[in-house]
Write a protein that binds this ligand. Structure first.
Ligand code: GRF
Length: 205
């Protein structure tokens, strides 16, 4: 739970669109004993583009402020929506963590990281998310898959790669089992990669 707001810690803003299991994992690592982000970071802000998602409840549970900013393409341009998001990000945020955020987002001046459920550059790009990725991996007859932590930029899954973790594909694997195996790999690699970024300050410049 947040010690509101400890300026000695790095401030994370987490962007979600769904169930928030990635957000939950990041928060656990911030607040639980032996967490990889314990005494290093806190999640002070959670931005969701969806109104009723479990991730919002998870944010509240950890004492982070959930801010809901839906994108309505009939009402505004994508640039205006991004501008609204930018306005809601306090200047003391150190890192933006995408956690299942389903839109391309560009936040000025603050580094943004994402985790993708494949070994990028393979099986990335627009439309490649969730079970679609694992389906494509299995259809291609791959022997290994995994996940990738990367900086987010103007194109889906194209930013500089920070870390990857390999998952072996067994003969019996299907979309469901691969989803769980890759999620487990994400749960390990994402907080570790964020920790590495935060403790080597120059990566955030
Ligand atoms: C993550 O597992 C990651 O692969 C991708 O989106 C998923 C989000 O899941 N970026 P959740 O909403 O955090 O449960």
């Amino acid at each position: 739970m947040i010690n509101w707001k400890n300026q000695e810690l790095k401030q994370l803003a987490v962007f979600i669109s769904g169930t928030g299991s990635t957000l939950d994992n990041i928060c656990r690592h911030c607040y639980e004993d032996n967490g990889l982000l314990k005494n290093i970071a806190q999640v002070t802000l959670v931005i969701s583009n969806k109104v009723k998602v479990k991730g919002i409840e998870i944010a509240k549970q950890y004492g982070a402020i959930p801010v809901i900013i839906p994108y309505n393409q009939t009402m505004e341009s994508r640039e205006d929506w991004r501008e609204r998001i930018n306005k809601n990000i306090p200047s003391d945020i150190d890192l933006i963590v995408l956690a299942g955020f389903d839109q391309l987002v560009k936040v000025s001046h603050i580094k943004t990281v994402n985790v993708h459920p494949s070994l990028l550059p393979k099986f990335g790009g627009k439309g490649m998310y969730g079970s679609r990725v694992h389906q494509a991996v299995l259809a291609a007859g791959e022997k290994i898959t995994g996940c990738t932590v990367h900086f987010a930029n103007d194109e889906y899954d194209q930013g500089e790669i920070i870390a990857r973790k390999i998952v072996t594909i067994d003969k019996e694997d299907n979309i469901e089992s691969l989803t769980e195996k890759v999620k487990q790999a994400e749960r390990e690699i994402y907080p570790q990669a964020i920790r590495n970024l935060l403790i080597s300050n120059d990566l955030l410049k």
